[in-house]
Design a protein around this ligand. Structure first.
Ligand code: MCN
Ligand code: CUM
Length: 780
């Protein structure tokens, strides 16, 4: 019993990295099938145009071209449009109009990828350009051209109106307030831009009718069911395989037209068809993120927040395709009261169509929690300036207190656990807050501008519960199937799908914790729908809260079987046995025991009469609630009065995600998330000119940070277990991207706040800071 079992809390090196570091991962583009054809996509150059005609004859005549697929052909199979996860429809290939630049218009299938690309130029499309709408405000003006004029009864660009909270109570709080602090801000459109773009290989076997689709999917099981429903294929004849994925970040949750056309083309042609998206296609047409225009107000009585009011207008692009599992139109945006005990809140949300790519819920978002977290943390800082209390202190005075959990927020969430002050205090201590405030004052006296920004975020991750959250009716549970082979090593199959998060290591560690079998002895398999139990996929940091729960429960069930077998082997009563990790022994006689390996072997060789052979189980876990990770981030910056450039001096991040399975992996998640949060605050932005041309269609214009731009991060933790999760863990995969943008922006604003600056819009570029410096007379 000397080797330590590497269960929870061990920084086990990532088991999957062996193959990744050797370049032996298998991504979909590594797969080459005999007779495989290649597909390329013709995209619209216009943001808004009527299609008068499409002539594919020149392209079809190019040697090597096998087929040109147009919207008309798809329509003949009833596949020109597909449903979205937000109960809208989306064009697969355009028939009547194009509605955003980059929209899919036609596909070429050819023997060779280069021929497929060349043939695109030979497709003649006659467009009649229409006025493009590039902002939701413009979209809602009376008389604005109707983008979705194909929808019956639709005569405007307004998509939805949605409210949460108590309006009357909130109005009262504002009437009784002695101060109201407000902020208008736009959380800009940005893009997850994973290293690997999207794509698939569809292989429909003409003999068996079985469709095998290797695709970049964060949710292979749900995608299989949606394929079955949309295409009318029998579900047992669809096998989705999501192989190794080179980053998802939410970009690989939606179903894209390329997947649908490639599958239809393989079905019609009878040969495998591969589609590899290029970088521009990825940036201009696939799930972007954010684009929320927000107006927030806090009502204050003295230093207490007594009410919150939010109006939000969302730019949803040409199709309402938010990929999120709630019945709330703006996702979980109503978590906007954050970490604070706000007695009354009311939020009003509206969505509008524009001539931009659809999406909105992607990029480490937990379904709009990113926007919510940004708004409240910016507002609280401004409230501190107006009240004249230090921003850390104002937060402290308004936090939900530990004895208030489970805490029901004014908009209806029930927070599971939190110790906000503890995380804040640790961050303040680590960063040396009191000294920093003194330094800031001294620096200011010398004409230098230092800024200290805080964000004390609360997230909500881990959908279900199934009765509250679903995708197209599919309840948000998740599953684990664990099978230990006779020699005591086995396979764990999951319904989720890692895109780089390290599942092959962390989920094996949960088995190690519960059964005492080392993580190396458990192979974690994900992504193949014929080979794994049903699950809803990996996004919104739900794998640990949901699939992690399933792994713990199935392991514990098997431990009970192990107890019965051990009792048989030891000729003792099951209740007289005691468990220590990896072994059952007779109470009071520790040398009389059986290891888990001996017990599993007996499950195949020496079972008691009447017991089923084998050592395996499956569990479908429906969580009783979401988990609510939190933390405090502190950022220190210096602003250059001569240029408006700002430099990050310190970033201290305290995260609380409950019990950590693998601290190293958690830190990796936070480091990546902070990098993305910094990038969104400082440089990442997808914009459009007035004709709807996408500025940011390549990585020269859409700036993502390299190691060079990325600041150094100092990480720390507090641990407040989730009371309802089997191992006390909360999700962590999105926290840092959700929480940190406000800390960065707050820091830059803080450097200028004494001169009256209260807002800087993301990305906070030096020209914006320069303009602000000039406006308040601080420019040098
Ligand atoms: N973990 C842990 N202890 C905890 C919580 C998590 O050890 N208390 C571990 C998990 O077991 C897992 C990792 O940390 O190995 C992330 O877990 P979790 O928070 O459950 O998130 P998911 O696995 O569901 O991943 C989704 C999340 C999301 S939504 C985005 S977006 C994102 C992110 O993960 N995309 C990523 N991190 C990413 N990391 C990589 N490398 N690539 C992406 O595409
Ligand atoms: Cu919203 S990005 Mo993650 O949930 O895949």
């Amino acid at each position: 019993m000397s080797t330590e079992i590497r269960g929870l809390g061990h920084s086990v090196k990532r088991l999957e990295d062996e193959r990744f570091l050797r370049g032996k991962g298998q991504y979909f583009d590594d797969i080459k099938l005999p007779g495989m054809l290649h597909m390329s996509i013709l995209r619209s150059p216009y943001a808004h145009a009527r299609i008068r005609s499409i002539d594919a004859s020149r392209a079809s005549a190019l040697p090597g071209v096998v087929a040109v697929v147009t919207g008309e052909l798809m329509a003949a199979h009833n596949l020109a449009w597909m449903p979205t996860l937000s109960a809208d429809t989306q064009a697969v290939l355009a028939t009547d109009k194009v509605r955003f630049q980059g929209q899919e218009v036609a596909c070429v299938v050819a023997e060779d990828p280069y021929v497929a690309a060349d043939a695109l130029e030979l497709i003649d499309v006659d467009y009649e350009p229409l006025q493009a709408i590039t902002t939701p405000q413009q979209a809602l003006e009376p008389g604005a051209p109707v983008i979705r004029d194909e929808k019956e009864g639709v005569d405007s660009n307004h998509i939805y109106h949605w409210e949460a909270g108590d309006k009357a109570a909130t109005d009262r709080a504002f009437e009784e307030a002695d101060r109201v602090v407000s902020l208008d801000t736009h959380y800009p459109r940005c893009h997850p831009a994973p290293l690997e773009c999207c794509g698939c290989i569809a292989d429909v076997n003409p003999a068996t009718g079985k469709a095998t689709v290797w695709m970049t999917s964060q949710a292979p099981h749900a995608h299989r069911t949606l394929f079955a429903i949309v295409a009318g294929l029998p579900e047992q004849k669809i096998r989705i395989i999501s192989p190794d994925i080179g980053g998802g970040f939410g970009n690989k949750v939606p179903i894209y037209p390329g997947y649908v056309v490639a599958t239809a083309a393989s079905l019609l042609i009878g040969r495998p068809v591969k589609w590899v998206e290029d970088r521009t296609g990825n940036l201009i047409s696939t799930g972007f993120a954010r684009d929320f225009h927000m107006h927030g107000e806090l009502a204050l009585k003295g230093d207490r927040i007594t009410g919150m009011r939010v109006k939000m207008l969302s730019d949803n692009g040409a199709f309402f395709s938010d990929a999120q599992p709630s019945k709330f139109k703006a996702g979980l945006f109503h978590i906007v009261t954050g970490s604070y005990d706000v007695p009354a809140a009311h939020i009003e949300c509206d969505g509008a169509y524009t001539n931009k790519a659809p999406g909105g819920v992607a990029y480490r978002c937990s379904f709009r929690v990113t926007e919510a977290s940004y708004l409240i943390e910016r507002l609280v800082q401004n409230a501190a300036y107006e009240v004249g209390v230090d921003p850390a202190e104002l937060r402290r005075r308004n936090f939900i207190q530990p004895d208030q959990f489970p805490y029901e927020s004014a908009t209806g969430f029930v927070y599971d656990s939190g110790e906000y002050e503890k995380a804040l205090d640790l961050a303040l201590e680590k960063v040396g807050y009191a000294d920093l405030r003194r330094e800031q004052a001294e620096a200011r006296a010398q004409g230098r501008l230092l800024g200290i920004g805080l964000a004390s975020f609360t997230e909500v991750v881990g959908a279900g519960p199934g009765k509250q959250y679903d995708i197209a009716g599919l309840r948000m549970f998740d599953s684990a199937e664990l099978r230990i082979h006779p020699t005591g090593k086995g396979v764990l199959k999951l319904g989720v799908r890692s895109q780089g998060q390290g599942h092959e290591t962390t989920f094996a560690q949960i088995v190690a914790e519960e059964l005492g079998i080392q993580p190396e002895d458990i192979e974690v398999q994900e992504g193949d729908t014929d080979n794994t139990p049903y699950g809803l996929g990996t996004y919104a940091s739900r794998s640990t809260p949901v699939a992690g729960g399933a792994v713990a429960v199935v392991s514990r069930q098997l431990r009970e079987k192990a107890r019965a077998i051990a009792a048989h082997l030891l000729e003792a009563a099951p209740e007289d046995l005691e468990w220590e990790r990896g072994r059952f022994f007779v109470k009071g006689a520790p040398d009389q025991g059986k290891t888990i390996q001996e017990i599993v072997f007996a499950a195949y060789t020496n079972i008691p009469d009447g017991m089923e052979a084998g050592f395996e189980g499956v569990h479908y876990y429906d969580p009783p609630n979401m988990t609510f990770p939190f933390g405090t981030y502190a950022v220190v910056v210096e602003v250059d009065r001569g240029t408006g450039q700002w430099k990050v001096l310190r970033v201290v991040a305290v995260d609380d995600c409950g019990v950590r399975i693998n601290p190293m992996i958690v830190e990796g998640q936070i480091t990546g998330g902070l990098t993305e949060g910094y990038a969104i605050a400082a440089m990442e932005l997808i914009t459009f000119d007035e004709d709807g041309n996408c500025i940011g269609s390549n990585l020269m214009d859409y700036l993502i940070p390299t190691a060079w731009e990325t600041p150094r991060f100092e990480l720390a933790e507090t641990v407040t277990p989730s009371p309802h999760h089997p191992i006390g863990a909360k999700g962590v995969g999105e926290s840092a991207t959700v929480g940190s943008p406000a800390a960065f922006v707050n820091a830059v604003v803080d450097a200028l706040a004494h001169a009256g600056v209260r807002n800087l819009e993301m990305p906070v570029t030096s020209d914006k800071v320069w303009a602000a410096l000039n406006e308040v007379g601080l420019a040098e």
